[in-house]
Design a protein around this ligand. Structure first.
Ligand code: A3P
Length: 312
């Protein structure tokens, strides 16, 4: 267990203004030079913006609603995580306790990604400045679905995530300060989201919001389907929306990350409970944050969206 209250965390470092496990240093160049396939589909987010939800939606849309495979094969395998292996493929000796180190798994993912057959599905939380060069310089344009969420809810969700998956001891107030300072894993929320907001009109980029998925999931499904060149009947849309509902996903072991959570729990010898699909609501921050913290967040939002047309 790690007590992490200062602005630097043991085993982590800043890479181009993005907080990553130090292990990332060994691979940064390789990510930079990664050969990108234009047929591939990427889901890119700041953590806790609805990545998993979107991945399951995108995978099913692109695979003609193959619910059978989606139930059988874990999402982390169907849709691997570029910079960290969460395919804690449990046969892998790395994942055998007690040697498995959560930050160490950064090392595993690249080989997996390189060996994927195209069209592949790739999840990343990397900010644009750490994307492969071929995407940054525009020579390759895979389809990228970027998902955003109210940063206040992201902060609450990320704090809980940190207590169950990326385990360290810190209280919520302290975590909020780190979040505002851009010192949590993946760094600054605004440095992540605003460049993609600026790029949202590029034909290979679709920018969607968690809150819109909550408000009208079928509408967002249709938007994503159109982006991926698919159409579905009303009946299919209903089926997919049902499959993607919070309760259905919470009870679906192929997407609810229960194995990962169990593994981390054992690794840290952690007793208290928590699940990856936690509440799945909009506005959770209102109850979670003190009035003073809410004011701090309001000012921080105002300062950061000033001069942009981004709306939280
Ligand atoms: P909460 O912690 O607020 O509940 P990510 O996949 O990017 O890590 O995001 C996780 C967040 O998305 C969690 O938010 C989780 O509950 C929420 N989420 C996942 N699946 C969802 C669904 N089907 N409906 C609504 N929210 C969902």
């Amino acid at each position: 267990k790690e007590k992490w209250t200062s602005l630097t965390r043991k085993g982590y470092a800043m890479f181009e203004n993005c907080m990553m496990p130090q292990k990332y240093a060994e691979l940064k160049n390789e990510f930079d030079k990664l050969k990108v396939n234009e047929e591939d589909i990427w889901v890119c987010t700041f953590p806790k913006c609805g990545t998993t939800w979107t991945q399951e939606m995108v995978w099913l849309i692109a695979n003609n609603l193959d619910f059978e495979t989606a139930k059988k094969v874990n999402l982390d395998q169907r849709f691997p995580f570029l910079e960290m292996s969460t395919i804690v493929d449990f046969s892998d000796e790395k994942s055998n306790l007690p040697n498995f180190q959560v930050p160490d798994c950064v090392v595993d993912s690249l080989g997996v990604i390189k060996n994927l057959k195209s069209p592949a599905f790739i999840k990343t939380h990397l900010p644009i400045q750490l994307f492969p060069q071929e995407i940054r310089n525009g020579t390759k344009k895979p389809k990228i679905i970027y998902v955003a969420r109210d940063p206040r809810d992201v902060c609450v969700s990320f704090y809980h995530h940190s207590t169950i998956i990326d385990y360290f001891e810190i209280n919520f107030e302290e975590y909020c300060e780190l979040f505002l300072a851009g010192k949590v894993l993946y760094g600054s929320f605004w440095d992540h989201i605003l460049p993609f907001w600026e790029m949202r009109h590029q034909p290979n980029i679709l920018f969607i919001k968690y809150e819109d998925m909550k408000k009208d999931l079928k509408k967002v499904i249709k938007q994503v389907a159109e982006f991926l060149g698919r159409t579905f009947s009303e009946q299919d849309l209903e089926r997919l929306a049902k499959h993607l509902s919070f309760d259905s996903m919470k009870n679906n072991p192929a997407v609810n990350k229960e194995i990962l959570v169990e593994l981390v729990k054992k690794f840290y010898d952690k007793k208290n409970d928590g699940s990856f699909l936690r509440k799945g609501i909009v506005g959770d921050h209102k109850a979670a944050m003190s009035p003073e913290m809410l004011r701090k967040f309001d000012n921080w939002i105002k300062d950061n969206i000033q001069g942009t047309d981004y709306v939280v």
